[in-house]
Write a protein that binds this ligand. Structure first.
Ligand code: NDP
Length: 402
């Protein structure tokens, strides 16, 4: 490696953002922080700016950005503070940026992540929702912009590590690959009696057994919508059909995924469940850097279990698979309805079992169209959100799930 790489961390204050800053701090000679972004967490972003002194800090919320300017006057006066979606897009595409960590949660990450792809960056993709909602367009921007798309999601990073030499996401079907085995922990409710699922609280749903993550992805893991989104993500990244992506429940979260080859070989990537490993891998690829992660102790792990998923327990997984097969804007609608339903659940307005009910009802009401332009995708996203919000307020979920 020659010279240091300029890095923008989108979603710096979140779980992925904090882990990214930790890895960057362990490898200061290789990376130069250009920008840090968040939504409205002024305090955490200010602390990060004072510690890391980036060139830019962006808050999506304009009034929070004003507070940040005042807060940084003493500790980091040289940091330029920007606001809004335009600010996020700007720091994703700056010429001095080589590498963008896409760590915003949900559809809010779409425009800056697309900008990073369009301007040919090394795009480290954690924000799976951006790819799920705009797959074809996203992959096209990657190709046309000459970007290098590297998966950070632990499963997709594992699959990438098990791919044939020379393979990069978006380069077509990998040679000799028969099947991708996408592992899933099964979340906190893998064995909870089905009749108790409707009583689950946000606090219980956010207590993941193996991973420490943001609240939205924690709920997605509990419903297994996370795995559904990941099936779609895998289809785009690895140019495979959904039938070649097998979901495998693996409660220990040690095998992060596997690739099966034509000759019968199965390659697996293993490690402790710590996102700093895939983040470090994507940052340094094809080299390896220090991530601060403990070595895996196979004697402590002792056993590895695998079982098929129960689609009755986890209807969100089925809904995602169906949306992928339906094509067009169906995945956009699925993602938007899920974001609305998860937020309603976290706000105490919807039962846990109401989440799939809202998504299914939204998918049946919003017309699916070709996802051939950003305008079509944003329109489908807006329509689905409106429909899902109406279903939440109408209390449909309670009726459907009872
Ligand atoms: P968090 O909720 O912890 O963090 C989300 C980040 O996005 C925060 O910096 C937040 O800012 C910012 N953000 C939220 N809304 C907006 C908005 N409207 N505009 C701009 N920025 C916004 O999420 P995670 O770090 O857990 O997840 C981030 C992404 O990575 C998700 O797509 C998730 O699926 C994916 N992922 C996460 C993993 C994990 O281990 N956490 C593993 C694999 C994938 P603020 O703090 O100001 O709200």
């Amino acid at each position: 490696m020659s010279g240091s790489l300029g890095v923008t961390v989108l979603g710096a204050t979140g779980s992925i953002g904090v882990s990214t800053l930790d890895v960057l701090a362990r490898n200061r000679a290789r990376y130069r922080l250009v920008a840090l972004t968040a939504n409205r967490d002024v305090e955490r972003l200010a602390t990060q700016c004072i510690a890391h002194q980036p060139q830019y800090a962006v808050l999506a919320d304009a009034s929070a950005a004003q507070q940040l300017r005042e807060r940084l006057r003493d500790g980091a006066p040289d940091v330029q503070v920007l606001a809004g979606s335009e600010g996020l897009v700007k720091v994703a595409g700056l010429p001095e940026v080589d590498c963008v960590m896409a760590g915003i949660v949900g559809a809010a990450g779409l425009l800056p992540t697309l900008e990073a792809a369009r301007t040919g960056k090394r795009v480290l993709l954690a924000n799976k929702e951006a790819l799920v909602m705009s797959g074809d367009l996203f992959m096209q921007q990657v190709r046309e912009g000459g970007a290098v798309l590297l998966p950070v999601d632990s499963e997709h990073n594992a699959i990438f590590q098990c791919m044939p030499a020379g393979f990069v996401p978006g380069s077509g079907h990998p040679d000799g690959v028969r099947r991708i085995m996408l592992t899933a922990s099964g979340g906190p409710f893998r064995t909870t009696p089905l009749e108790s699922l409707s009583q689950i609280t946000p606090q219980q749903a956010c207590a993941h057994p193996n991973w420490d993550m943001g609240r939205k992805i924690s709920v997605d893991s509990a419903t297994m919508m996370n795995k559904g989104l990941e099936v779609i993500e895998a289809c785009w990244l690895f140019s495979v059909s959904e039938s070649l992506v097998q979901v495998v429940i693996h409660p220990q979260s040690v095998v992060h995924s596997m690739v099966q080859y034509r000759d019968g070989s199965v390659l697996a990537q293993m490690g402790n469940p710590d996102m700093r490993t895939p983040i470090a891998h994507a940052l340094a690829w094809p080299e390896r850097i220090e991530a601060g992660v403990d070595a895996l102790d196979m004697f402590k792990v002792a056993r590895l279990d695998f079982e098929p998923p129960d689609l009755q327990r986890f209807p969100c997984l089925r809904l995602a698979q169906e949306a992928w097969k339906a094509g067009g804007t169906a995945s956009t609608v699925l993602n938007a309805a899920n974001e609305v339903a998860v937020q309603a659940f976290l706000d105490g307005e919807l039962a846990f079992t109401g989440i799939p009910a809202i998504i299914e009802s939204t998918l049946s009401r919003v017309a699916i169209r070709a996802a051939d332009s950003l305008a079509a995708i944003l329109e489908a996203d807006a329509l689905a959100r409106q429909c899902a919000l109406e279903r939440v307020s109408a209390g449909t979920s309670r009726r459907v799930s009872s």
